[in-house]
Design a protein around this ligand. Sequence first.
Ligand SMILES: NC(=O)c1ccc[n+]([C@@H]2O[C@H](COP(=O)([O-])OP(=O)(O)OC[C@H]3O[C@@H](n4cnc5c(N)ncnc54)[C@H](O)[C@@H]3O)[C@@H](O)[C@H]2O)c1
Ligand SMILES: O=C(O)C(=O)C[C@]1(C(=O)O)C=C[C@@H](O)C=C1
Length: 365
Amino acid sequence: MNDEVIAFIGLGLIGGSIARGIKREAPDTKIMAYMRTRSRLDKAREDGIVDVILNGIGEELSECDFIFLCTPVEYNAEYLGKILPFLKPGAIVTDVGSTKTDIHEAVIRLGMESWFVGGHPMAGSEKTGYENSTDHLLENAYYIITPTAQTTKEQTNRLVHIAEMIGSIPIVLDYHEHDFVTAAISHLPHIVASSLVNLVKDSDNQQGLMKRLAAGGFKDITRIASSSPEMWEQICMTNHKNLSLILERYIASLNLILGELNKKNGSYINQLFETSRDYRDSFSEKATGPIAPEYSFTVDMADEVGAISTLSVILAAKGISIRNIGINHNREHGEGTLRIAFYDKETMDQAWKQLERYHYELISN
Ligand SMILES: NC(=O)c1ccc[n+]([C@@H]2O[C@H](COP(=O)([O-])OP(=O)(O)OC[C@H]3O[C@@H](n4cnc5c(N)ncnc54)[C@H](O)[C@@H]3O)[C@@H](O)[C@H]2O)c1
Ligand SMILES: O=C(O)C(=O)C[C@]1(C(=O)O)C=C[C@@H](O)C=C1
């Protein structure tokens, strides 16, 4: 891996995080990158993540063993034809796009099935850009791999290897199935979050009372409404059939709830919450990123300046090293939560005892 050459077309949140993960594990990998914003590429080179800045699509790509397309999904599909003339024999073209059928169809149209292995890491954030990328964003998250009809086992394994190297959990899926599943668990939730935020915007009074009083419940369910409009327009447009189907089902379920609410059917509403609670509680938190949970716990703490550094100092004073620390955006347990991971159980137990002494509220994962 160390002597491989990898190019990134788009080096934002996801491309940047993959590049960082690769550099951490295989520092001698030569990384080339191209994207719209040149200043961020300069920063990535300063950080030692990018070795070669590309000014466009050209000859330099013929050195590459892997090309990662990491721009919004429609642009990724457009880049296929542009990079094709420069591919060296044996090179693999992959992408990280949130929809897969559209790019797979472009791959088929261009006769690129023997070059392409689709990819989609199931982690991310509402934040965009290289400046928000980290080497652990995709750790412990599923990395969906969608081979073409001509992808060889060896090609799939090469992408599996990279996914594992950056700490993700690879899973191979058919690309049609991928798009149906993600319509329900990712694309519809983004529509719901944004439409809910807009509903509040349009229903609020002149003083913005709703905006002012919105608390954990509203903020938890709408964090993703702050995501990139450009990216999400392209995701919705390239998965519109699945999304439309699942949105219709969702509207029907809302209409059913509305009907039962108007009938004052309390037991129906009770059942609604009971069913959802039981199902939601059964979800595994084991593969949600951003940090490995095996030896980790969550700390419920006030969202105050310096809170993380105080906690780090308390642990450092006992010689406890932290493997990883990440803000938990779900905020299910209060104002702000932190997930802290350790290298082994013993260190985790020590940290738990130490933080208990300082009266932190701790939640096991
Ligand atoms: N954000 C997430 O949560 C998430 C998670 C998994 C996969 N994805 C997928 O990853 C891809 C990138 O998303 P991101 O979150 O990293 O977005 P981002 O905005 O952080 O990064 C996009 C990058 O592409 C570059 N770019 C955009 N248009 C370009 C163009 N026409 N030519 C060259 N460069 C261009 C931007 O400069 C930036 O570097 C998308 O396809 C998205 O569907 C996103
Ligand atoms: O955590 C978030 O902000 C995300 O939206 C990440 C998320 C999702 O879970 O829907 C978004 C798009 C991706 O394709 C994969 C993951």
